[in-house]
Design a protein around this ligand. Structure first.
Ligand code: HEC
Ligand code: HEC
Length: 356
């Protein structure tokens, strides 16, 4: 009987965390849990472990004492207790003292995010996060920025002060940090590419933008799932308050159609994946303020020279990226010569010109 109860307790111990998360509703974060909660957790752990040890050792007769399996079981129970304390109770207790950062999760079910790029799309980041979990994005992507990721470019656009800390996660419905890193870290992907339409296009066909990408296509997702997932991605690294209030830049209604076309090409050709609009360097330099700036470039023979970023230079950069490689950047930009028409080039130049 006691052995049965021990087994039942063990099962509850293992199943409980999953059960607690199964309801897809935000629960109060540890920051909001009263201290008595942690006293109760500690008491519960001590009680469960005490009971198990008692059933194992309590009614032991002489001769049984030395049985190896008994000691192994006892050791297992103690190890599990230590794991519970070190991996769950102590970190959660520490998180209690941490303020939620500005980057913390802050969306509630039903809340809508408008596409910051102004495409007219909108989605629910909260639902998007559930789609993210359900489709195993976390097998390849992390939401956990380590100091070393800043140096390797594994989280482009992240700033040195944005290394993940516990306060980032206290409001998350549940955390999926990820470990594998087959794909880039997505902690600030929404700031790198604040464009829902691009996110959807990339999810549907990653190889359209990154020909060698190993990311699977998610074209099987419903339109709503795609929009919500894109909304979740765009929320990452952006201030939820600003996204909600719609402060993010939207295109001016009365603009040159060439500029509008250039903006569309910037997205649909995937320039957005490597070039930012806010001045922060990415895989390539930002387009902000590029027009007529003096640029230091490396020529194919290895010499450096200075050029003015005018229409001719920008056209050449797009059709023949390796002719002049911006100093300090890798020569990885693909050539778009086959993919752009004369009028596309015009539109892209006008668009970059408009980003002064
Ligand atoms: C098999 C591993 C794998 C899985 C699963 C996966 N990805 Fe990726 N992902 C990658 C790789 C590799 C890249 C880098 C190449 C690229 O951009 O396509 C990437 C890139 C990305 C990017 C950056 C795009 C850009 O243009 O910089 C986003 C956003 C992204 N993935 C989201 C997701 C989401 C959302 C899911 C789940 C629906 C997912 N990924 C599932 C491997 C994966
Ligand atoms: C895979 C990443 C990648 C993509 C996609 C990409 N670029 Fe680039 N781009 C770079 C890199 C890296 C550099 C800097 C090295 C160089 O000059 O080749 C660069 C340089 C440039 C420059 C020169 C910038 C300067 O500061 O002098 C222009 C202009 C440019 N790209 C335009 C574009 C346009 C337009 C597109 C889309 C049609 C595009 N790029 C797509 C990576 C990319």
């Amino acid at each position: 009987m006691k052995r049965f109860i021990t087994l039942a307790l063990l099962a509850v111990w293992m199943v409980l965390p999953g059960w607690a998360q199964h309801e897809h509703q935000p629960r109060p974060s540890p920051t909001e849990a009263p201290a008595i909660y942690w006293v109760l957790v500690a008491l519960a752990v001590v009680a469960i472990v005490g009971f198990m040890l008692w059933t194992l050792y309590g009614k032991m007769r002489p001769g049984r004492m030395t049985t190896l399996s008994y000691h192994a079981l006892g050791a297992l129970v103690i190890i599990m207790t230590l794991f519970t304390l070190v991996l769950y109770v102590i970190p959660a207790q520490q998180a209690q003292q941490l303020p939620a950062t500005a980057r913390a999760w802050d969306w509630k079910p039903g809340e809508i995010l408008q596409d910051p790029a102004g495409s007219g799309l909108s989605g629910e980041p909260y639902r998007g996060y559930l789609v993210y979990l359900a489709n195993g994005c976390t097998y390849c992507h992390t939401l956990y920025l380590r100091p070393e990721d800043l140096k390797t470019g594994w989280a482009e656009g992240a700033r040195p002060n944005e290394v993940s800390q516990m306060g980032d996660f206290v409001r998350y419905p549940f955390t999926m940090l990820g470990t594998q890193r087959d794909g880039p870290d997505l902690t600030v992907i929404g700031r790198k590419i604040p464009d829902m339409q691009y996110q959807i296009d990339h999810l549907v066909d990653p190889r359209r933008f990154k020909p060698k990408s190993v990311m699977p296509s998610y074209r099987y997702l419903s339109e709503r799932d795609l929009r919500d997932l894109a909304a979740y991605l765009v929320s990452l690294g952006n201030d939820p308050q600003k996204l909600r209030a719609g402060v993010a830049p939207t295109p001016k209604p009365t603009e040159d159609p060439k500029i509008a076309k250039g903006r569309e090409l910037y997205r649909s050709l995937g320039c957005v994946g490597c070039h930012s609009l806010d001045g922060s360097p990415n895989v390539g330099p930002s387009f902000k303020g590029l027009w007529e700036r003096e640029v230091e470039v490396v020529l194919p023979d290895g010499t450096t020279t200075r050029v003015i970023a005018d229409g001719a230079y920008i056209r050449e950069s797009i059709t023949q990226a390796s002719a002049k490689v911006v100093k300090g950047f890798p020569n990885v930009m693909p050539s778009f010569a086959e993919r752009v028409t004369e009028s596309d080039l015009d539109a892209l130049v006008e668009y970059i010109k408009s980003l002064r």
